[in-house]
Design a protein around this ligand. Structure first.
Ligand code: ZN
Length: 310
């Protein structure tokens, strides 16, 4: 069997409000590792913060553009409904207690596709879930308050919501190497690569919901993982042949990216698995200071002066 061109999720990028609250929520409450402090390459006065496992491996990193002073968005159709993280099968009680301790309101545990999950939002209202399962062998980043047993292992799945998801379903199957895994009510679960947490995408239909209003607490784009630049070029060529409009390949320093709108309107990215976050920092130093790509290094003083403090 040939390797599929898409091998699961790569990262999720969302819009945050206060940078300090964002750092506190993801590093302290959820206990992810800050794996990179950099800036939005297309808007150098904005932070781009990455949180993930020890190395920020593909399939673990949630990233944010914090903009203080822009309005809160609203979830709705043709966007990401929720970002789901994977935890161990016996970790639901631990996380209920931890979220209570940090006064984060949660709902659940509920059950879906035979897995228990908790549902809550970050400090900007971004919808998140923790899904307990026995299949995930990845090891998460542990902190003084969160042992390896209970640490978040990475993404479980991305949930996309539409008034009807047929065009996206068809697109993911035909051009993005996804396969149907399961179906329940108004939800289908697809996967790419191996059938395991981190590789799932759920499509949900809620016909009466209005469209998403972008702003803080909403997802900006969803990135899928591809092995290397050659596979990325193949996907890009397929998208062009389909009459779609993928961006040129862009150098994001830690990976290479192609962006496009899928037929349901969500901004997708296909990102290469490498080179990864260790290209400009050691494993110990990861995420500890502002890193700039070489083409912006000569503007460092000005960029640092314009960024709000973490
Ligand atoms: Zn991205």
């Amino acid at each position: 069997m040939t390797t599929p061109l898409i091998n699961g999720l790569h990262h999720v990028t969302a819009i945050a409000g206060s940078v300090k609250k964002n750092v506190r929520f993801y590093t302290e409450v959820l206990g992810l590792r800050m794996v990179k402090q950099t800036i939005n390459y297309d808007s150098p006065d904005t932070w781009h913060l990455y949180y993930g496992d020890a190395r920020g491996n593909p399939g673990t990193a949630i990233t944010f553009f914090p903009f203080s002073g822009i309005a809160r968005g609203r979830s709705g159709n043709n966007s990401m409904d929720a970002t789901l993280f994977s935890i161990g099968e016996n970790s639901i009680e631990f996380w209920k207690n931890r979220l209570k301790t940090y006064q984060v309101d949660f709902r659940g545990p509920f059950k879906r596709f035979d897995e228990e999950y908790l549902s809550f939002e970050d400090f900007d209202g971004l919808p998140l879930e923790l899904v307990a399962n026995a299949q995930d062998e990845r090891v998460g980043w542990s902190t003084p308050g969160i042992s390896e047993e209970h640490a978040i292992k990475g993404f479980h799945s991305a949930v996309l919501g539409y008034s009807s998801y047929e065009s996206t379903f068809d697109f993911l199957l035909r051009l993005m190497n996804h396969k149907l895994l399961d179906k329940a009510g108004d939800r289908v679960r697809l996967y790419s690569g191996e059938k395991k947490p981190g590789n799932f995408v759920d499509l949900v239909a809620h016909p009466s919901l209005p469209g998403q209003v972008p702003g803080t607490g909403t997802v900006h784009h969803l990135a899928f993982q591809t092995k290397d630049e050659e596979s990325q070029e193949k996907i890009r060529a397929d998208l062009l042949a389909e009459g779609m409009h993928p961006s040129p390949v862009m150098d994001r320093q830690y990976f290479r990216s192609v962006y496009f709108r899928e037929p349901g309107g969500v901004l997708f990215e296909v990102a290469t698995a490498g080179p990864g976050f260790l290209v400009d920092e050691s494993l110990e130093e990861l995420g500890s200071s502002l890193k700039l790509p070489h083409w912006l290094e000569d503007q460092r003083a000005q960029i640092e002066a314009n960024l709000p403090p973490l």
